[in-house]
Every structure is written in C-alpha cells, then in structure tokens.
Design a protein around this ligand. Structure first.
Ligand SMILES: Nc1ncnc2c1ncn2[C@@H]1O[C@H](COP(=O)(O)OP(=O)(O)OP(=O)(O)O)[C@@H](O)[C@H]1O
Ligand code: NI
Length: 367
C-alpha cells in the first residue's frame, strides 16, 4: 500500500471571468522512502495539486474532488478539519512555494521552530528549545545555538529555506511536500538543500513529493516523475525510464531545453492554453511539432503504458491505429546527443545538472 495515493484529482476555481480548470484528473502515488517529482511549466497545476492533498486550497472559490486521496489508507478528503490539521503537522510536512511567507519577521527563528515542535508534541519550553537547536543544526545552520535568537532578516535566503525545512520536519513527518524548495536559491545552496532532503529522507524514511519546474532537479533527486501540463499528467514513470525514453512530445520538449541534452534554449515556444477554456483534444497540441487534426478533437488522450514498469504517456500516437514511431524519440535523440557528447554522465541523468551540482561543491558560495 503506497503512503500516499492520489486518484483522479480535479480542482477548479470559480472566478468572475469563468471557471479555471487548474487540475484535471491527476493520479499518482508516493511510497515511503521515495521521492516523486511533479514537473511542468509555470501554471500547469503543480502547486494546486500539492495543496489539494491536505485541503489547503480554499473552497470556495476552489472546488476539489477526487476518486480518492488516501494517506496511510485514510481518505484525507473525508477527514474533519480538526483531524486533517493534526495530520498536516504531525505526519505531513509542507514546504510552501513562497518561503518568505512561512517565517514571521517579528519572531526569532528559534522561537518559530520551537513553536512548530510544541504544536505537535507536548514538551516543555526548555525541551522545545533544545530540540529546535538540534533541528537547526541538523538542517545545517552553523552555530545553531547562537543563531536561535536571531530574526529571519538576519538569515540568508538559503538559511531561511533551511529553517523552513526544519519547521516542516519538526514532527518527523512520514511525507514531506516540498513546493519549489530551491527555486529562488543560487546553485550552491540549491545543491545543499537537495542533499539535505535526501539525507533526511534516508534518516526518516520519508516519502517526498517535490514540486519543481526544473528537470535538472528532477534528475538529481527523483525516483519517479510526474510530468504535468495544463492540469493534466502528460507522462509519468520511473525517472530513468522517462529520461532515457521520453515518450510525450511535451516531455521531449522540456528535456531538449536542458543544457546537457544538446539544448539550452529558453523553453518550448508558445504558451499554455487558457485554463478557463481548455482546448478539445490534447492540451499540448497547439505547441506540439507532431500534432495532427485528430489531436485537436475529443478528450485529452488517456495515459497508456509506453515502455517498462509503470511508464505511461498521454499522447494520441500511442493509441491503437496511430504510428507511435512518429513520437518515439530515441532515434532523433541519439543523433542529438552524439553531437553533444555523453548524455548520461556517471550516476547522473543530465550533464548540465550534474555539472552544476558538482561545481557547487567546489566553488562554495559562488554561482
Ligand atoms: N485561487 C485561484 N483562483 C483562480 N485561479 C487559480 C487560483 N490558484 C491557482 N489558480 C490557477 O490554477 C492554475 C494552476 O496554478 P498552479 O499555481 O498550481 O501552477 P504551478 O504549476 O504551481 O505554477 P508555478 O510553477 O508558477 O508555481 C493556474 O492557471 C493558476 O492561475
Ligand atoms: Ni507552483
């Protein structure tokens, strides 16, 4: 039984100018000790997906439905607000997309971490203080004891992010949801935070749901990846399968933008469709180099198995009666990567990502 099971999640928002279809039938699992990354461009529904799990989406204007959202076999969408709040702090930690908003500027950092501990555990103030110093130390704040009484503005961006992670893991959660935990940070700090998450995961056997728009981050930390576009899952599976054999043209487009994959462009040309008026057929058709008329009618294609394991893609070309070889990429990709050198560096999936994380170790502080 997976730690977290999300099935057919749908989220809409009612606005004055119409209904926003933010998340439209998203399914995935997260197991203990496993890191699942949701990746996709800005606006694809990653944050809304992650915040729906523990019902942090405001209803109204939001409307969250799902076949189920189960955590340790409990249906989170059916729980009372009170029980949900308890699970949210105790068992599910959340690092929000905007870390600045997670720290209160008028209280010391230590006090905020101690309060996060006391919220979930009945311990004395002194014990909470000790534990908070411990926790700050564990996330890599130097001289944690001395920094306890400092205010958030006295911490660097990377340190604040560490503090936010410390608060999210204060109760030793079973699941950590981390929404773009490294986006605003320079590459050195980014590597450190990702390493920190991995170490904590080993230590606590946490499941991690990590939200990012950066495939370099995915390559670095994910066991499995869910590629989202315009509220839909376009492709998902084992991270090696997906990087080795990207099967949806959208995933291929994202990968082609990575420096280590012969790309380095500014992104896929075009923009996401209007979430208030999603097009018929495949949501990516407008930007897809392989789109044909059939891609622009009917429903968005369902996810179907494309290679080993649980690797799936939602592209019409994999349906019966269509020629999947049109969108299967290895042939084009091989010729690309021959020109660009080795695509799969030792233990890493992307040259660029590995290189940047490695060099981050060496030039400590610079980016
Ligand atoms: N409260 C809201 N009211 C109306 N629309 C919303 C609301 N919250 C989110 N949306 C819309 O839902 C869609 C998905 O947003 P979401 O924040 O989940 O995207 P994201 O993938 O996390 O993007 P980013 O990478 O920029 O964080 C967007 O079109 C967004 O404008
Ligand atoms: Ni987001």
């Amino acid at each position: 039984m997976p730690l977290l099971e999300v099935r057919d999640l749908e989220v809409t928002f009612d606005t004055d100018s119409g209904t926003v279809h933010a998340v439209d039938g998203v399914s995935f699992d997260v197991d203990r000790g496993e890191t699942v990354c949701i990746v996709g461009e800005s606006g694809s529904g990653k944050t809304v997906t992650s915040e729906s799990i523990t019902k942090l989406v405001k209803e109204p204007p939001g409307r969250v439905t799902a076949d189920r959202v189960t955590f340790e076999e409990r249906d989170l969408l059916q729980l009372s607000k009170k029980r949900l709040r308890k699970i949210r702090g105790d068992r599910i930690g959340h690092v929000f997309q905007n870390p600045q908003g997670s720290l209160n500027p008028v209280y010391t950092v230590g006090r905020q971490v101690a309060e996060a501990i006391r919220l979930h555990e009945d311990v004395s103030k002194d014990t909470a203080r000790e534990r908070a110093v411990d926790l700050l130390d564990r996330v890599g704040i130097p001289k944690a004891g001395e920094r306890y009484d400092d205010y958030p503005h006295e911490f660097s961006g990377g340190q604040k992010q560490r503090v936010v992670v410390a608060m999210a893991i204060a109760a030793n959660p079973d699941l950590l949801i981390a929404d773009e935990p490294t986006t605003a940070l320079d590459v050195t700090i980014q590597a450190q935070i990702l390493r920190l998450l991995r170490d904590l995961q080993d230590e606590l056997d946490m499941g991690i749901l990590l939200i990012t728009h950066d495939l370099g981050v995915v390559a670095e930390v994910a066991d499995r990846v869910v590629v989202m576009y315009a509220g839909k899952v376009m492709e998902s599976g084992d991270v090696f399968e997906v990087f080795e054999n990207p099967s949806h043209p959208y995933t291929q487009g994202l990968l082609d933008c990575l420096p280590g994959r012969g790309g380095g462009s500014d992104g896929i040309p075009g923009t996401l469709p209007d979430p208030k008026d999603p097009p018929a057929g495949c949501r990516f058709a407008e930007r897809c180099p392989h789109a044909i008329d059939d891609c622009r009618t009917g429903d968005h294609p369902p996810l179907v198995p494309v290679s080993g394991g649980d690797h799936e893609a939602a592209c019409l070309y994999y349906q019966a009666g269509y020629d999947a070889s049109v969108v299967r990429s290895p042939a084009d990709r091989e010729s690309d990567s021959d020109a660009g050198g080795e695509t799969y560096a030792d233990g890493g999936l992307v040259d660029g990502a590995e290189a940047s994380l490695d060099s981050a170790d060496e030039n400590g502080g610079e980016s």
